[in-house]
Design a protein around this ligand. Structure first.
Ligand code: SF4
Length: 419
């Protein structure tokens, strides 16, 4: 197991020393650790995936692509890396309708008219990291909470009663507050209620992923946030998350540990979204070739709402550009799952699931311990933790299911038998 290599700071009543450290981290780059250097206890694996992805991303000059390149890419049966680069470029913006037609064809070839439904469950929101764009960061004064096993059981039973069969467990990123044993127990409970159990937790070593898999976890989601290592350094100032390469290899460690599937994402808008979209898709592409048995999926969140705008210099990604990214993903990676976050509007999600996305969350709450009040309208006696971000599409499972059916899609709660 990895050693504990960071500590939890309580954003409430920060000491003078803690405030000074925060100020220094923000203003003096030499006070920060090397973001490319592993911390003690972090497993290093031999892998060529990172070099392949980064060399493609670093040499990607999307301004050189023309309408002719985009037309050629759309005319080909199989989309190459070069074609994908053209589809992500500004030259493809006038071709969105044609890209949508092609994407819809690829989606129906590989997924029929199905759309998978799942819900996230935040069981804790403690975090040891200082990501400057996130309200959950360790220096922020928010209501922190960690559910005990009885409370997790109760939340899961409420969600399961709604008919949901797939759950994604999230913890925030504090190894100290939400240790592997705790997450493992949550997986065991989830296995009682759900047929598919996903995890979105801090990256861990292979032996820890193996343990979590034995406890019932099927797949692991890790957001790389940005593949631009210089920007990453400026945005992740403190904590284990600061170590970029350890995060990059998380999915590969999870697959080596026997996880059935892995999910990837960049937070579009933190850096150049075209380069981040290219790197995310290539991360999937190269790993898929190495682990052909694994299920892989991509998420496409955009940065919102944000704090510390002055430090981040966010690069806005408009709906049209997000749409271009998703369509390009689908054409390049026809059989990879694409998830659309509830941060996006109902209108956008309803449109994109008919064309390219295959997975959508429903009955979403990003708070802690509030499912009973949200699902059953009951007053809850327990304290509730703050929400990480505001969601735009708050449809319940029933409403989402009905909406998908009415749109001519086939909502799927699960297609997996646990053996
Ligand atoms: S983005 Fe994740 S790791 Fe970073 S501060 Fe927020 S909750 Fe913590």
């Amino acid at each position: 197991m990895a050693e504990k290599n960071s500590f939890f700071i309580d954003g409430k009543n920060l000491s003078k020393e803690a405030l000074e450290k925060k100020h220094k981290l923000e203003n003096d780059p030499s006070s920060r650790t090397n973001h490319m250097e592993y911390m003690p206890g972090m497993e290093i694996i031999e892998s060529d995936i990172c070099d392949k992805v980064m060399s493609e991303m670093n040499s990607y000059d999307y301004t050189k692509y023309t309408a002719v390149d985009v037309r050629n890419a759309l005319d080909k049966e199989k989309c190459s890396i070069e074609d994908f680069k053209a589809l992500l470029s500004p030259a493809a913006e006038p071709f969105l309708e044609e890209m949508a037609k092609r994407a819809r064809l690829e989606t129906s070839k590989h997924f029929g008219n199905t759309v998978y439904l799942f819900t996230p469950l935040y069981i804790a929101n403690y975090c040891e990291n200082y990501c400057v764009y996130c309200g959950f960061n360790c220096y922020n004064d928010i209501n922190r909470l960690k559910l005990n096993l009885d409370e997790i059981d109760k939340e899961m039973s409420v969600i399961a009663k709604s008919g949901m069969e797939e759950i994604l467990i999230l913890t925030g990123e504090s190894r100290e507050k939400s240790d592997i044993k705790y997450i493992g127990e949550a997986c065991k409970l989830a296995r009682k209620y759900f047929r598919m159990v996903g995890l979105e937790i801090y990256p861990v070593n292979t032996d820890e992923y193996r343990y979590l898999h034995e406890c019932g976890a099927d797949y692991v989601t890790v957001f790389q946030e940005t593949y631009d290592t210089d920007k990453y350094e400026k945005l992740h100032l403190f904590g284990h998350k600061r170590v970029w390469p350890y995060r990059f290899d998380a999915q590969e460690r999870a697959l080596r540990a026997g996880m059935r599937g892995v999910a990837f994402s960049a937070l579009l808008g933190l850096s150049d979204f075209r380069k981040d979209a290219l790197a995310s898709a290539l991360h999937v592409y190269f790993l898929q070739r190495k682990y052909p048995q694994a299920e892989m999926s991509l998420s496409c969140p955009r940065l919102r709402p944000i704090i510390n705008n002055d430090k981040i210099s966010p690069l806005d990604v408009h709906e049209k550009q997000l749409c271009q990214v998703i369509l390009a993903y689908r054409i390049f990676l026809p059989y990879v799952g694409i998830t659309v976050s509830s941060r996006e509007s109902k209108t956008f999600r309803d449109g994109i699931v008919k064309i390219a996305a295959t997975k959508i969350s429903a009955g979403v709450s990003t708070g802690i311990g509030d499912h009973e009040s949200k699902y059953d309208g009951k007053e809850q006696d327990t304290k509730q933790g703050d929400e990480q971000f505001v969601i735009d599409d708050g449809r319940s499972l029933k409403t989402m299911y009905d909406d998908m059916e009415n749109a001519g899609l086939q909502p799927v709660l699960n297609d997996y038998l646990y053996v």
